[in-house]
Design a protein around this ligand. Structure first.
Ligand SMILES: Cc1ncc(COP(=O)(O)O)c(C=O)c1O
Length: 367
């Protein structure tokens, strides 16, 4: 099929990257984070490709229900917790696991669960804020809430979790602070031997803090959670395989003279005669609008760069040295030979944003 723009997803690479996660945490169960439509890769296809995971993590009930409706009967964790009281019934109906990150959630659960017939008990992930400053209950509240949840007849298990703010910067002292804070809270509940979860991709790869469950996301998609300039921690150093290849078609090629303007706001003026290709991808497809001149792309296997402001449906590239390039050829915006992490570094956004920002109008194909 001749696409204008396409994101092709390599399912075997996903399964391979899951294996890498397991190898880094052989004692832990793996919660594969497939929230945000599997970081833009497609929720259902990725859930299937990651069937070897122990449990799947999604953003909200809608994503969890999509998985169930698709016949995925694996454990599913709703990571953002309750948004609305009606969520409680939906969680109960499908037996989803649920993050509890507010003290008020307990009363909501008590009220709503007293009104439904439960065919199975529920597992909760009690989220502690150990220093991230985002979601979670404080150390002062954890014991009370843990006991109150455990006491309920509808509770199967309460897992303790936290999330590290700076795991992508392994030397940050905040990592040690958070790990210690978490350990202290777990210690206070040691008599219940609660299962624990602390590590997402970065902590899994660079810190020795796995817990009973690890929660990798970005590494499953073949991207390193560390900065591009951290050359020892690029994806290939961990053996991660590329998952998404984003490609778009050259729709026009023009010869330009020195001083010619290319695109909006004169972001690029030709410094010499140049052959400029117009590629059919723009910010409405998810390619960042503020990308500077000089962002790498591949024409075949040849590297070249963007020239000028990214438009809604188009961007311009330098084809001066790509003498064989023709209208109709596909250009790779990121993929195996051009890491999404390198493109992220050039565009000034994180790879998470690049892949999850590929817009719904871009077809995903799977191999
Ligand atoms: C609570 C939690 N766990 C795990 C992850 C996965 O993180 P990563 O994609 O860095 O592996 C996220 C991602 O935002 C998260 O919020």
């Amino acid at each position: 099929m001749s696409h204008r723009v396409v994101a092709s997803i390599d399912r075997r690479a996903l399964a391979h990257n899951l294996d890498i996660a397991r190898r880094h945490a052989p004692q832990s169960k793996v919660l594969a984070v497939i929230k945000a439509d599997a970081y833009g890769h497609g929720l259902l296809a990725c859930a299937e490709a990651l069937r070897a995971a122990d449990i799947l993590g999604v953003t909200d009930i809608e994503e969890a229900e999509r998985l169930r409706a698709h016949g995925i009967h694996k454990d599913i964790l709703v990571m953002q917790g309750l948004i609305d009281k009606s969520d409680v019934r939906r969680v109960a109906k499908e037996g989803f696991q649920l993050v509890i990150h507010r003290v008020e959630d307990l009363a909501l659960l008590e009220t709503e669960l007293s009104r439904v017939h439960l065919s199975h008990k529920l597992t909760f992930w009690l989220k502690l804020d150990t220093g991230m400053g985002r979601l979670g209950i404080t150390a002062a509240e954890v014991q009370r809430l843990h006991l109150a949840l455990r006491r309920q007849k509808w509770t199967e298990e309460v897992i303790l979790m936290t999330h590290l703010a700076n795991a992508g910067m392994p030397q940050s002292p905040l990592n040690t602070t958070q790990v210690l804070n978490f350990a202290r809270s777990c210690q206070a509940l040691a008599e219940f031997t609660p299962q624990t979860s602390i590590a997402a991709s970065a902590a899994l790869l660079a810190l020795d803090v796995q817990g009973d469950f690890v929660r990798p996301g970005i590494m499953l998609y073949g991207s390193s959670p560390f900065a591009w300039k951290d050359v020892e921690r690029r994806r290939e150093k961990f053996g991660l395989h590329n998952v998404m290849t984003l490609q778009a078609r050259i729709i026009s090629i023009q010869q330009h003279n020195t001083g010619d303007n290319i695109g909006y706001n004169s972001q690029f003026i030709c410094p010499q005669p140049m052959r400029i290709g117009i590629v059919s991808i723009g910010y409405a497809d998810g390619y960042p609008s503020h990308t500077p001149n000089g962002c790498p792309v591949l024409v075949g296997t040849q590297r070249t760069v963007t020239t000028g402001r990214v438009s809604m449906d188009m961007l311009a590239i330098d084809l001066t040295h790509c003498v064989d390039a023709q209208p109709g050829d596909m250009v790779t915006l990121w993929g195996e030979q051009l890491s999404i992490d390198e493109v992220a570094a050039h565009t000034g956004v994180i790879s998470y944003q690049l892949s999850s920002g590929v817009s719904p109008r871009v077809p995903r194909t799977y191999r």
